[in-house]
Design a protein around this ligand. Structure first.
Ligand SMILES: Cc1cc2nc3c(=O)[nH]c(=O)nc-3n(C[C@H](O)[C@H](O)[C@H](O)COP(=O)(O)O)c2cc1C
Length: 174
């Protein structure tokens, strides 16, 4: 028998079933904030009965966004709009999860329907694209700056802070 619709317990979390919604970039934020688009996109999956609904890749730093329109959680101001969505998902009997992310050398690029490769600063792109090495992902992508050890530690700390914000927003998986 298939177990897709059986409940599942992982540590202290009970999922009503094993239908887990993958993270899906929506490229629909302004300054990283969750908005009505995210409420409907994620909330409707919960209404549909999925056991777990994950946010799209959510940037832990502004320069870690893939595109200027990515969802983010680099400040405490981002928490409440996310918490609103979490409350709705949990009211439906689903579990809310967040994918924390840093785009590295793929950052500051166009959302898919607007073009490919590097977004200029005049259109909301940024200069401080970082990566393990100063090697561009492709010719039309930004040339990243190689991270120092301190820079790596700063990103690790940003992931920790973002995880704290995810918990404060009520996410149960991140
Ligand atoms: C519109 C769209 C956006 C996606 N965005 C993300 C993302 O933000 N993070 C991620 O890890 N994967 C992302 N993916 C990949 C999916 O999460 C998933 O891994 C992929 O669709 C393969 O899943 P499947 O093997 O169940 O089809 C995206 C996929 C789609 C179709």
């Amino acid at each position: 028998m298939a177990h897709l619709f059986d409940s599942l317990v992982v540590r202290d979390i009970k999922f009503a079933n094993r239908v887990f919604v993958s993270p899906m970039c929506e490229y629909s934020s302004t300054d990283g904030y969750a908005n009505d688009w995210h409420l409907v996109h994620l909330g409707s999956r919960a209404v549909g009965g999925a056991g777990l609904v994950l946010t799209e890749a959510t940037a832990v730093l502004p320069e870690g966004r893939i595109s200027p329109q990515d969802l983010g959680t680099w400040s405490d101001d981002h928490i409440e709009p996310l918490a609103r969505i979490v409350r709705f998902i949990h009211e439906q009997g689903s579990v809310a999860g967040m994918q924390l992310a840093h785009a590295g050398r793929k950052a500051s690029t166009y959302r898919p329907w607007e073009g490919q490769g590097r977004v200029p600063e005049a259109e909301g792109g940024w200069k401080n694209v970082v990566a393990p090495s100063a090697v561009a992902f492709a010719d039309h992508y930004p040339m990243p700056r190689a991270l120092s050890s301190d820079g790596i530690q700063e990103i690790i700390a940003a992931f920790a802070e973002a995880a704290r914000r995810a918990c404060e927003a009520g996410f149960r998986v991140d």
